[in-house]
Design a protein around this ligand. Structure first.
Ligand code: ATP
Ligand code: MG
Length: 214
């Protein structure tokens, strides 16, 4: 019997992946929102789901502790993608990675004048690449959450964060000034598992691919 482990994070990724897994005939027995279990059985005796931090999904899949996982493009860029095959854009958990500054901060002239910007972000790789491509020198400050606070508290001039409706920015008197890239989640597969468990993994990948296209 080939056992399959799928790494998911709770919240939007778990919720939005459920219908895609269902299309592959996989139904988790519990919801991590209401259960404290980190290993969740499914209707299939040889398939289980492990619940990990969103940014840890690529790591579990890279080392083969999970065969499959679902991770945001943001998370995959920061991880680097080593050991991963990312065959499918699942078109879920969509948002945009953007540069945001306090209302009233003249970002364009700060950039034009070549001022050294202080930028705070959880997405340091993506942020570094974005500003390097523009030729803008920055001091980058790594944060793990609540990026919106950084400019308000005087830690940074600008943040690089994920934006969907923009209401969190607005509530903190910030405005998006630059669009870096669209974000959605991808299916990631352990490269070695894909060889060893090809038949069963390919069936799951194909079923999910069909469900995404519907
Ligand atoms: P943690 O809460 O454990 O620090 P996280 O905040 O990255 O991790 P989530 O908020 O569940 O975890 O986000 C998971 C993924 O969903 C992100 O990596 C990103 O790809 C996507 N995402 C994040 N924010 C939004 C949003 N506002 N709208 C849509 N998708 C989002
Ligand atoms: Mg979060």
């Amino acid at each position: 019997m080939t056992t399959i482990t799928i790494a998911l994070s709770k919240g939007r990724i778990f919720d939005e992946t459920l219908p895609l897994l269902a299309a592959a005939g996989i139904v988790p027995a519990k919801n991590p929102e209401t259960s404290r279990k980190l290993i969740i059985a499914t209707n299939l005796p040889d398939v289980r789901v492990v619940i990990v931090r969103a940014s840890d999904v690529p790591t579990y899949v890279q080392y083969g502790a999970a065969d499959l996982g679902v991770a945001g493009r943001d998370v995959l860029i920061e991880h680097g993608g080593q050991g991963l095959y990312a065959p499918l854009d699942l078109k879920i958990a969509k948002c945009r990675m953007m540069v945001a500054v306090p209302e009233g901060f003249d970002y364009q002239s700060a950039v034009r004048q070549g001022a050294r910007l202080k930028v705070a972000s959880k997405y340091v790789k993506a942020a570094r690449e974005h500003f390097a491509a523009k030729g803008v020198h920055i001091d980058l400050i790594k944060l793990y959450g609540s990026m919106e606070l950084a400019p308000l508290a005087g830690l940074a001039d600008a943040i690089v964060d994920l934006v969907s409706t923009g209401s969190t920015l607005k509530a903190n008197k910030l405005v998006a000034v630059e669009d870096i890239m669209p974000i959605s989640s991808r299916l990631v597969v352990n490269q070695a598992a894909l060889k060893v468990k090809r038949e069963v993994l390919q069936q799951i990948i194909d079923a999910i691919a069909q469900a995404v296209e519907k």
